[in-house]
Each structure stands twice: as C-alpha cells, then as structure tokens.
Design a protein around this ligand. Structure first.
Ligand code: PGA
Length: 259
C-alpha cells in the first residue's frame, strides 16, 4: 500500500486526477484496447472529477477509449432523482468529459431482477477486460463501495443492506432525514475492487481519520472492508493532512518520506 499525503484535499484530489490521466495516456500509447476504470460517488471525488474535466478540456487526456463502471447505486431511487448516483455522475463527470455514452455503466437499482442485474454487471466487467484502475472512497466505518463492515472480503456485485450509520451519514444529501435514504443498494464486492490492476482510494478530512487508520495500520479484516487493500499489490491512498490524524507518527513519517 502506498499512501500519498498532501496538505489539502484539493492537492490530493489533483494528484489523483493527474495520476489517472497519466495511466490512461500510458495505456493509449501502448495499445488500442480501452482503459477500464471503476468510479465512485460521494463528496470526496468531486474535486478529482473537476480536475479530470479540466485535463480533458485542455486536451491532456481523452476518455473516448475509456470504459467506466460505477461502484454502486441505491435500490429503488429513480435514476432522475438528484441524489441517484446516475445524476451525480452525469453532473460531476460525464457531462464534462468526452466519454462515449455507450461506455458508461452504472448499476440499475430499479431493475426487476436485481440479482440478475448484479450478475450481468460482473460479466460486463469481465467482458471489458477487467479493471485497469479502480477509484474509490472510504466510509467513516471503513467501507469500500457499499461493502459495510463484516461484508465478505471475497464478495462480488450484489444487493446490500445499508447500515443505520451509513444512512445517517448519507442523510446530509436527503435533507437530513435518514428515512429518505434508501435502505438497500447494489454494490460491487470487495473482490470486484481488489481484482483491479490498480486501486486508488481518496480519503479526506478528519471524519475519515479512524477509517484510514484501520485501513492502513489495522489488521486486514472484514471489520474494515477497505483493509482488504493491504493484500493488493498496487493500492494507493490519496489523502489530506486532516485524514491522517489517527496514524502513528512513524507511519506518517514513512509515507511522507516515500511519496
Ligand atoms: P463520501 O463517501 O465521499 O461522501 O465521504 C464515501 C463513502 O461512503 O464511501
């Protein structure tokens, strides 16, 4: 695991955007095969997406040969709802870059057969060639995608129940009313993420400090599903100074020295 610590969330977000753009360009220089990326939603990736949009506008990178799969979507929320992850992704990324519509994949939380939707999603990821890179965030409880504590570290895309804690945290997007936050979601599994050749987790702010500590220093455990990245050979964490408050001084110094 490699932890990149920057002074501000903006600097860490810009680092991640430039890293992703470089990876897309690196693959494009070698092959005509598409770059397959996993994408996340939430407050955290907004600045990374804004920087990627800037890079596309400046002609520094193109998403024309990028295929994306989002990590999750609420069950039962209409796609047109302003807080659906469909709406989020179009607003913050897809409307601002040149990725072809047919390359965009987001789980359908209104599918008649949710299990079939999840199985087809795993198949589509495989058919696209698997993830070159997965961009994720982390929950205050250490979840990666909507893999809540005690999800299997071997889990795949499936229907998940959201914990009360997560619904309370996400109620800030639903007028502060946790009852308006759907109680279920479709989510890629932990193993869907760790199958990616490379993973970047964005971790910003003091509210994520405990989760970051568990992810980096804690045991690799289903209690903090993001800790599964300890077994990944190419996992990055991009975080700001505010998120590292719970790390041991030596851990902090080690990563500051290296990255
Ligand atoms: P956030 O969500 O970016 O809104 O904090 C991250 C997550 O819950 O995984």
């Amino acid at each position: 695991m490699k932890v990149v610590i920057r002074n501000s969330a903006l600097e860490a977000s810009v680092w991640a955007a430039h890293y992703i753009a470089a990876k897309i360009n690196e693959k494009a220089a070698k092959t005509s095969e598409p770059f397959v990326i996993g994408l996340c939603t939430g407050s955290t990736p907004i600045e990374t997406y804004a920087e990627l949009a800037k890079l596309v506008k400046a002609g520094k990178v193109s998403f024309k040969n990028v295929i994306s799969f989002n990590m999750d979507e609420y069950v039962g929320l209409p796609e047109s709802h302003p807080e659906s992850y469909h709406s989020f992704m179009h607003k913050y990324l897809f409307d601002n870059i040149d990725e072809p519509k047919e390359n965009i994949h987001i789980l359908n939380g209104n599918a008649k057969d949710l299990d079939a939707e999840c199985a087809a999603y795993e198949q589509a990821i495989k058919a696209a060639g698997g993830f070159d890179l997965f961009l994720g965030g982390i929950g205050e409880d250490g979840h990666i995608a909507f893999n809540e504590p005690y999800s299997s570290l071997n889990s795949r895309t499936r229907v998940v129940d959201l914990t009360t804690d997560t619904r309370i945290v996400n109620s800030r997007f639903f007028g502060g009313d946790m009852n308006k936050v759907p109680s279920q979601a479709l989510s890629v599994g932990v193993a869907t993420v760790t199958d990616a050749k490379e993973v970047i987790l964005l971790v910003m702010g003091p509210k994520k400090a405990r989760a970051l500590k568990d992810c980096v220093e804690g045991p690799c455990s289903h209690k903090c599903t993001a800790s599964a990245l300890q077994l990944h050979e190419n996992a990055w964490i991009a975080c700001d100074e505010a998120a590292v408050g719970e790390l041991m001084v030596n851990t902090y110094r080690y990563f500051k020295d290296l990255y």
